[in-house]
Design a protein around this ligand. Structure first.
Ligand SMILES: [Zn+2]
Length: 446
């Protein structure tokens, strides 16, 4: 790596540490070491840690939230007997789920448009975010990431940046030593520019949506562009990593793709190791499989978030299906293994000019929309989209305009959008949860 790039990496590393010390307190480095030590610990230590954290959380939930006080009836219930928390409960019981121990100002609002098809608003606290970031730092290092080292990010641009926010976003990218390629709207020009940056920027890792990554490597492979720089690894997150996505990306960059599984509601749930197993993030997450035999029969994944005391998520039905494995991983890490993860799929839409639009763009339009309980966006033809909606009492004409304009902004102002109000969004024939569908896409099977 040329000297000026090494200097930039060094400066960015210093900036990262300054930022973390400012945001998370001067002791964050020792907290990071403690977090890493636990995630590297023997199984007995992990099990004991989880038992203690779970008991404390249940007691806190019982004592300080109206919802759990009524539901649990005791401060030390048997977790397996607690009814799962549904997305509908989060929507309908939002205030009752919040802890009375946190003031309005101490809550941090977050939302998901939902690759899972159910838009939700919820709250997290400062400690949740600190712990979540420590976990991301720890697990991303499995894929070769480190503070300050250059990274290419292929991710949806933050929604509706206004005024100064553009500058903030740029400034963040600068000091973090990141290059951001908008994964929602990948054009040939932008992909070409990102490739040229890679040749000069010497990224160590790529962080990407699997489907955007696939689009990028398809472009590179069709153009015959091969990177002269060796990446340490690629982190794929936020949707299903199909086998053909992984195969092409690993081939084009001659490196390994690491699958990272999580959700905005609960943070990082599991991460793939160098041996290709998904290890569960037991420091933040207590994970159960709703199945008579979680080791042989896949079932719905129930997630308990161990750090979000502002609004406890206990046995939250996140909407994905999985199975556990009891094998001992050759990588040496003793965190339990999540096998056969079946999750969210995202379609890629096409415009009349040939631009491809990531399905995440459409789900992002549902962020902080209160009037829609469930949705499905279907591209029927280049000129016609169907929006299937399960609405509630907060639906207004303004919501309708917001959604129509959001879709027309990328697909074209003259695209006809038919809204169908339905009772529920059915599962697809394959049983998969599909909330964005494009009938123009060429189906590819793994
Ligand atoms: Zn492993």
């Amino acid at each position: 790596m040329p000297i000026h790039r090494s200097v930039k990496t060094l400066l960015s590393k210093v900036a990262w540490h300054a930022y973390n010390s400012y945001r998370k307190g001067a002791r964050y480095r020792s907290r990071f070491s403690q977090a890493a030590a636990l995630l590297d610990a023997p199984r007995e230590t992990i099990v004991a840690f989880q038992k203690e954290r779970l008991e404390t959380l249940l007691q806190h939930a019982y004592e300080t939230t109206p919802y759990y006080r009524e539901l649990l009836k005791t401060e030390s219930p048997d977790i397996s007997e607690i009814p799962p928390l549904e997305k509908q409960d989060v929507r309908n019981q939002l205030e009752r789920l919040c802890s009375e121990a946190f003031s309005q100002e101490q809550r941090i609002k977050n939302a998901t448009g939902g690759s899972t098809g159910t838009p939700l608003t919820f709250y997290q606290d400062r400690n949740y975010w600190n712990q979540r970031n420590l976990s991301v730092y720890y697990f991303d290092r499995w894929a070769g990431w480190n503070f300050g080292e250059p990274q290419l990010i292929i991710w949806g641009a933050p929604a509706d940046l206004k005024g100064d926010e553009h500058w903030k976003h740029r400034l963040n990218n600068l000091w973090r030593n990141q290059y951001w390629l908008d994964g929602f709207r990948l054009t040939d020009e932008k992909m070409q520019a990102a490739f040229e940056w890679m040749e000069q920027g010497y990224p160590q890792t790529i962080l990407a949506y699997p489907s955007s990554l696939y689009q990028f490597v398809t472009f590179l492979s069709e153009k015959g562009l091969t990177s002269r720089w060796q990446l340490k690894g690629i982190i794929a997150s936020a949707e299903m990593l199909h086998l053909h996505y992984r195969a092409l990306a690993e081939d084009v960059f001659n490196t390994k793709v690491y699958n990272r599984y999580g959700g905005r509601e609960v943070g990082l749930i599991a991460m793939e190791c160098a041996e290709g197993r998904m290890h569960i993030n037991c420091r933040d997450i207590y994970l159960e499989i709703n199945s008579p035999n979680p080791y042989t029969e896949p079932g719905e994944i129930l997630v308990t978030q161990l750090n979000n005391y502002a609004m406890p998520f206990i046995r939250y039905r996140i909407g994905d299906i999985g199975c556990l494995s009891n094998e001992v991983c050759p990588c040496g890490n003793q965190l339990p293994i999540l096998a056969e993860l079946l999750g969210r799929t995202t379609a890629t839409f096409r415009t009349r000019t040939g631009t491809l639009i990531h399905g995440g763009y459409f789900t992002q339009q549902f962020y902080r929309i209160d009037g829609v309980s469930q949705f499905q966006v279907i591209q029927e033809t280049l000129k016609h989209c169907v929006l299937k909606l399960v609405i509630n009492e907060k639906w207004t004409d303004a919501t309708r305009r917001h959604l129509v304009q959001g879709i027309q902004r990328v697909l074209g102002g003259d695209v006809i959008i038919t809204i169908e109000f339905v009772e529920e969004i059915p599962l697809s024939t394959s049983g998969k949860r599909e909330y964005t569908i494009s009938k123009l896409a060429t189906p590819v099977n793994d």
